[in-house]
Design a protein around this ligand. Sequence first.
Ligand code: 5AD
Ligand code: SF4
Length: 442
Amino acid sequence: MRTFYIETFGCQMNVHDSEKVIGTLVSEGYSQVETPEAADLVLYNTCSIRDKAEQKVFHRLQQFKKDHGRGKVFGVLGCVAQQEGERIFERAPFVSLVAGSASYAKLPEMLVQLKAGNRHVTGLSLDTDEAFDTPFTRRDNPHRAYITIIEGCDKSCAYCVVPFTRGPERSRTSESVIKEARELARMGYSEIQLLGQNVNSYRDPSPAGWDFATMLRAVGQVEGIRRVRFTTSHPRDFVKDIVDAIDENPVLCNHVHLPVQSGSTRVLDRMQRLYSREDYMRRIEWMKSARRNISITTDIIVGFPGETEADFEETLRLLEQVQYDSLFSFKYSRRPNTPALALDDQILEEEKTRRLSILQELQRTIQVRRNSELVGTIEEAFVEGYNQATGQWIGRTTQNRILNFTHPEHAGPKDGETLAGRYWSVRVTRAGPNSLAGEAVS
Ligand code: 5AD
Ligand code: SF4
């Protein structure tokens, strides 16, 4: 076993876990290849948040079944691995490694076992009080870096697999986080994204005892860092001090992703979300009355068991009231082990589809209106790349909007010269539902 291929599904936490897994494998002498065909070790880092996500990995495994016996070793990592455990060996007998994210610190040991020919290697214990803190991380993006500050989840939302797949909450020490942020700045990264399933539940385990707002302020002070983002925040632990921190320092991006899931307090109760519509709206008011113009995005689930037409209408009214800048919306999906399995009154699939499309249509009109308000303004864009097809540079504003723009002197990357990784002032000239377009100003 010398080469490996890894494919990642799911959230940014998973993407970053893969970066750490890749770093660990490389430091153990493996080299990464671009196709599963070329690899000795084929890894899938999986997501099980909804049924569709879970099915993807079994499709992939099916596709490569034919390769079994030709010396390839298959491994399933991440949330499906943790959820299904040893059952994966039965369902896909050619898989040799099944490991959840709480076991990645033991990856080198597991590799030794695989090399020794063990075809039933597992890492499934959730009994850990440590975060996966590795010196070996192979970051994908040369300008923006993820830092996990807290892993796992201690909430118990009735629909959610995460507490079962990622284990109990554990925070990294503030010292190790700040050290990593400084190193990243020294290496030339200018944007940092702090990650956690409930990032704002962060609680420093060292005597310093920092809370999340203190961490945010400190990362915002690291020399060389121009933008700091964080995701995902849980409304229950979202305190006003976080808004104050954003107000104080422009390095902290004026964007907050605050998943609400439903606009009906009755449904929120049944979801065990630990807040009411009113509690949530109070947090929105803090952001709306901030000095900076904070963009707000959210996640919504439609068709949770027992969601009535009136409950759904309340969610639509919430969208109108908050005027989100963007949102992710999902049809409720039944997940193994979750408390919601016990609830009756499932909503029909067609009805979920109908509610989802009404919600998305409403949000589309809100986004067109919100984005149009920015036409004529000048925004700072962090340049992520160049789109050959449209002849535009791809940028992102501090509010996390995509801002594509043309530049009179830089009509595309030339002789290795690129604007990627730089910050540019851009006049917004057009707005669509999902992005802005503009021209660079010198
Ligand atoms: N069904 C549908 N959507 C879900 N999410 C989490 N669990 C489920 C589920 N069982 C959504 C939530 C969460 C986002 C990451 O995925 O909206 O915020
Ligand atoms: Fe998917 Fe949730 Fe696991 Fe992320 S934490 S990979 S979203 S199941």
